[in-house]
Design a protein around this ligand. Structure first.
Ligand code: 13P
Length: 250
């Protein structure tokens, strides 16, 4: 059965001390849950986060990674650096990386390849902008992002892929997709995977929703049959809110 996952993308928030404090709070208060819990602090805090969460059911992920193995890429972080820090999960393709750092589908395809070649799990983000939804182009945009960034991988690679549909207009805006809009897009995505890869892979792939998920809307969104959890931004920065969202997984 495909996994239920609630992941917190902390973005450029929380220094080392704040990371420790938030993790202490999360660890002390984690409820019994069938969900896999993931947190993605900044690079600087990863080793501390890995040490702190050792022996708990919290998985630590990175928010990004360079596509090259090593070399003259000042300021970047490689897959082996993550692995050496015992970080085995990476978020790729977040809309903020696409919008502010020029990450294209073609570049993301390379990052995906490097991650999978080294055995990392990839949380692959994608989603349309407001104008795409308003013009009715949202399914086309999402399909292109998936076909150009991800669908080239070998069938075996899908075991290590989690999808995160994050409509850009719902990120940090307080305006969430309705549960029906989320379900409609998730069903579309699952159908695409079924046709492009296989029905079995489509059935087994977790598809998370992201964009203004809060304690008061999580359960309804997660209750939809093709929504397997969430990628949480703002509400992941407060332990009580994040754990309430985790509790939205039934
Ligand atoms: P918000 O939950 O703050 O809308 O952010 C969603 C997100 O971008 C998670 O990656």
């Amino acid at each position: 059965m495909r996994k239920k996952i609630v992941a917190g993308n902390w973005k450029m928030n929380n220094d080392l001390q704040q990371t420790e404090a938030l993790l202490d709070d999360l660890i002390a208060n984690t409820p019994e849950t069938i969900a896999k819990i993931v947190v993605a602090p900044s690079f600087v805090s990863l080793t501390t986060a890995v040490a702190k969460t050792h022996g708990t059911n919290i998985i630590v992920a990175a928010q990004n990674m360079h596509q090259a193995e090593s070399g003259a890429y000042t300021g970047e972080v490689s897959v082996n650096m993550l692995k050496s820090a015992k970080v085995n999960t990476v978020i790729l393709g977040h809309s903020e990386r696409r919008a502010y750092f020029g990450e294209t589908n073609a570049l993301l395809a390379k990052k995906v390849d490097t991650s999978l070649a080294h055995g990392l799990t990839v949380i692959f983000c994608f989603g349309e902008e407001l104008a795409d939804r308003q013009s009715g182009n949202h399914f086309n945009v999402v399909e292109s992002q998936l076909r150009e960034g991800l669908f080239h991988i070998a069938q075996s690679g899908w075991d290590s892929v989690v999808l995160a549909y994050e409509p850009v207009w719902a990120i940090g805006t307080g305006e969430t997709a309705s549960p029906e809009q989320a379900q409609e897009m998730h069903a579309f995505i699952r159908n695409l995977i079924s046709e492009a890869v296989s029905p079995a892979v489509a059935e087994e792939t977790s598809i998370l929703y992201g964009g203004s998920v809060k304690p008061d809307n999580a359960a309804e969104i997660f209750g939809k049959p093709d929504v397997d959890g969430g990628l949480i931004g703002g509400a992941a920065l407060k332990a009580a809110d994040f754990l309430a969202i985790v509790n939205g997984i039934q």
